[in-house]
Design a protein around this ligand. Structure first.
Ligand SMILES: Cc1cc2nc3c(=O)[nH]c(=O)nc-3n(C[C@H](O)[C@H](O)[C@H](O)COP(=O)(O)O)c2cc1C
Ligand code: SF4
Ligand code: SF4
Length: 268
């Protein structure tokens, strides 16, 4: 079996998870494809291939930019594992979406996982799932990879799973309802959301590092083209002097309501 990974990961948490899963499979020759900055060149798979697809959750869905980059994928009967990485709030529709997307493109889904990564909006003032995936999360990713390898070696490697059967994260329904009510209130009141990160000119050294980190090429001459910005916060987290910020009201709301640790879930 040829094992492949494919991930979209502006702030690197999804990539860490998929690397952990790949390590756990114990296979030495794994083909890794990172679609953060480009659409993949190889898009056709077939029987004899297994692909582990990992994407971050944006607004309860698969990050739209990742979906777009994956449009050309064709399974032709290849096996697939669907993984979504989310910032300790919830992944809502994302796993189902990714599973349906892969199945519709001819992949046989044999595994699924929901993992936690530090929230893209997390800052020292508004910490959300800081440092995740941590050692425990990565050990879980490795165990998942080991489980995938065992399934491949079994006499039923292509047993299809139903991603909807995965265990849900532990979530206080009252907290989630209050969160949703607050967001709906913001929308009703027409609260203006920042359309892209801001730069503090007093701190910025014009090193251009942020432009290189931007998955959509939205930063030119230190200016962000808001229409291209996917609010991934790679530029914020990657600025060596902390000159970029994304002052979204979501950050304090998430930090307040979703500080309780959620755990990764896997299904094989
Ligand atoms: C625009 C945007 C929307 C997000 N929406 C959610 C969400 O609905 N639920 C959640 O738990 N995390 C959400 N997150 C957090 C990311 O899913 C999480 O930080 C993930 O680990 C980022 O992956 P990366 O490090 O590979 O970029 C969102 C992040 C961004 C940038
Ligand atoms: S990475 Fe930071 S310091 Fe460098 S150009 Fe971007 S905002 Fe300025
Ligand atoms: S400019 Fe927007 S899309 Fe580019 S790295 Fe920053 S947040 Fe992400």
């Amino acid at each position: 079996m040829n094992i492949h990974t494919l991930c979209f990961s502006p702030t690197g948490t999804t990539k860490k998870i998929v690397q952990g899963i790949a390590q756990g499979t114990g296979h030495n020759e794994i083909c890794h494809t990172d679609i953060t900055f480009r659409t993949p060149s190889a898009t056709n798979y077939g029987t004899g291939d297994l692909i582990i697809v990992a994407v971050p959750v944006y607004g309860g869905h698969v990050a739209p930019a990742a979906m777009k980059r994956m449009e050309g994928l064709r399974g032709n009967g290849a096996l697939a594992v669907a993984v979504v990485v989310y910032g300790n709030r919830h992944y809502e529709h994302a796993l189902e979406e990714l599973a349906d997307f892969l199945s519709a493109r001819g992949f046989c889904l044999i595994g699924a996982g929901t993992f936690i990564g530090e929230h893209s909006y997390s800052t020292p003032e508004t910490p959300i799932a800081v440092g995740r995936p941590d050692t425990e999360d990565l050990a879980c990713a490795v165990r998942f990879g080991e489980g995938i390898a065992r399934k491949l070696a079994s006499d039923h490697p292509d047993d299809i799973i139903d991603a909807r059967q995965i265990e849900q994260p532990e979530q206080d329904s009252q907290v989630m309802m209050l969160f949703k009510q607050t967001v709906m209130g913001w929308m009703k009141d027409g609260l203006q959301m920042p359309s892209a990160p801001l730069v503090d000119e007093a701190l910025c050294t014009h090193c251009d590092a942020c432009a290189g980190l931007c998955p959509t090429g939205a930063i030119n001459n230190n200016t962000v083209e808001a229409g291209k910005c996917i609010k991934c916060c790679a530029c914020v987290k990657g600025c060596p002097v902390g000159a970029r910020s994304f002052p979204t009201p979501f950050a304090p709301l998430l930090a307040k309501n979703f500080s309780q640790r959620k755990e990764n879930k896997i299904l094989l």
